[in-house]
Design a protein around this ligand. Structure first.
Ligand SMILES: NC(=O)c1ccc[n+]([C@@H]2O[C@H](COP(=O)([O-])OP(=O)(O)OC[C@H]3O[C@@H](n4cnc5c(N)ncnc54)[C@H](O)[C@@H]3O)[C@@H](O)[C@H]2O)c1
Ligand SMILES: [Zn+2]
Length: 355
């Protein structure tokens, strides 16, 4: 992993549209943002899309991170999941028109996955496409949603039903943002980190096993290790299958049941991470039932989930009707990602009537 500035890691992600750098560091990414931005030659007009919560915490700081020569403006939106919809898209576009944004202006997503998904989508459609960069402020967005180019919004019929593949020009992940993140949302991101360890990253597995108290306390020394390892793992899958037709679906470990639980909950109480933690428990149990996974490995996986505070819950009675809506299946089968051993998974279609 090459470094550009002291203590900033740079990971380059290759996509069909273009390659983009992901900068990761503790305080250093924000401190050096201005110098990193200049050679990218993006725009002289940046428009930050963020929420009032994040703006109250970070707007002053963000203003100092951009070169003083650029015109920096701000649009405030709600970052609640229920507002990740076309009304918010229209609101942002109205604001962009009022700010006289043009195709060479650059959007900046400052926030978690909700802000990132909406902003990327607007960037992909405003005047047929403009540049955008992201400054992810949650663990989940730093390890997952800011990487990979998927963006979009929800319809009342379902989640992420409208969207595009539209990668950012750069991702600026500063670990210092995580200090103010509520613990529920921090643990949500940790569930995705656990997923990466289980599907393909023995180094992450070791760190998670050996240092739960440091990681749960957000020790920057460990975050500086687990965030890049997570990004590297995601990069490996998305570069092989950007459009999510085959290999990328491995990243869905825990998500078949996880998405069903979120929909059953109407996206109100459960975080995404809490839902996929249950999904990982269940996918492990299913792997055992199908004689794919050794009992000792299953025990270790369940032990790790418990270490990070994810307790196994009973499934709601009518959950199978929600599983049946899975976008990755066909009419007869649901495509599950099952686990063979720690670090080794497989995709397997299982008949819907089995649930
Ligand atoms: N595009 C993708 O590939 C992808 C992948 C995974 C998830 N997602 C999407 O991401 C969204 C979830 O994102 P998320 O988990 O980042 O949560 P989020 O964006 O909903 O943010 C969670 C909460 O934390 C607050 N917050 C954010 N950063 C903060 C900070 N630094 N300090 C204090 N508070 C802060 C927000 O205001 C919000 O209330 C979902 O909509 C999901 O569909 C997208
Ligand atoms: Zn996820």
């Amino acid at each position: 992993m090459p470094t550009i500035f002291p203590k900033i890691k740079k990971i380059t992600v290759h996509s069909h549209a273009h390659s983009y750098p992901v900068y990761i560091g503790h305080k250093t990414v924000l401190e050096n943002m201005s110098s990193v931005l200049k050679p990218l030659q993006l725009s002289t007009h940046f428009i930050v899309v963020t929420s009032s919560v994040i703006s109250d915490l970070y707007w002053k700081k963000i203003k100092m991170c951009f070169p003083s020569s650029v015109n920096l403006e701000r649009i405030l939106i709600s970052d609640r999941e229920k507002d990740k919809n076309l009304n918010t898209v229209q609101k942002i576009i109205g604001n962009l028109l009022a700010l006289k944004a043009h195709r060479k202006s650059c959007l900046v997503a400052l926030g978690g996955g909700v802000i990132g998904d909406i902003t990327g989508f607007v960037a992909s459609i405003y005047m047929r496409g403009m540049d955008f960069i992201t400054i992810p402020t949650t663990l989940l967005s730093q390890v997952d949603s800011a990487i990979g180019g998927k963006c979009g919004v929800n319809l009342k019929e379902g989640k992420n039903l409208i969207g595009s593949f539209y990668p950012p020009k750069a991702v600026f992940s500063d670990i210092s943002f995580l200090k103010t993140l509520p613990q529920k949302h921090y643990r949500s991101g940790l569930a995705e980190v656990i997923k990466y360890a289980l599907i393909d990253c023995p180094q992450l597995w070791q760190l998670l096993q050996k240092h739960p108290s440091e990681i749960l306390k957000r020790d920057p020394t460990f975050l500086e290790k687990i965030i890049p390892l997570s990004v590297q793992t995601k990069k490996k899958f998305i570069e092989k299958d950007e459009r999510d037709f085959s290999k990328r679906q491995i990243l869905n470990f825990g998500h078949t049941l996880g998405h069903a639980l979120e929909a059953h909950d109407k996206y109100r109480r459960l975080t995404h991470g809490e839902a996929i933690a249950q999904g990982m428990y269940y996918a492990t149990q299913l792997s055992l039932q199908k004689n794919i996974c050794r009992p000792e490995a299953a025990g270790q996986i369940q032990g790790l989930l418990k270490k990070y505070g994810f307790q196994k819950q009973a499934l709601p009675k009518n959950i199978s009707s929600y599983i049946a809506r899975d976008k990755k299946g066909d009419h007869k089968n649901i495509s599950w990602v099952l686990i063979e051993d720690i670090g080794r998974v497989q995709r397997r279609p299982i008949p819907l009537k089995a649930f």
